[in-house]
Write a new protein. Structure first.
Length: 57
């Protein structure tokens, strides 16, 4: 089982985590729009990772 599968299973089994990750992804994408190197896609990934890591603590 890969790390991706573990995270996907944890998101499915934890109520509200997927919704929180989506919210932080949107915030990260909006914040990263003016940054030419980062861009909204990497900002969304960073936002989702932040929400996931925040839940793990």
């Amino acid at each position: 089982m890969s790390k991706f599968d573990e995270i996907q299973t944890e998101v499915k089994n934890t109520p509200g985590l997927g919704k929180k990750m989506a919210k932080y992804s949107a915030i990260g994408a909006v914040i990263a729009i003016p940054l030419p190197v980062v861009g909204p896609v990497l900002g969304a990934i960073a936002g989702a990772a932040f929400a996931y890591s925040k839940r793990k603590d």
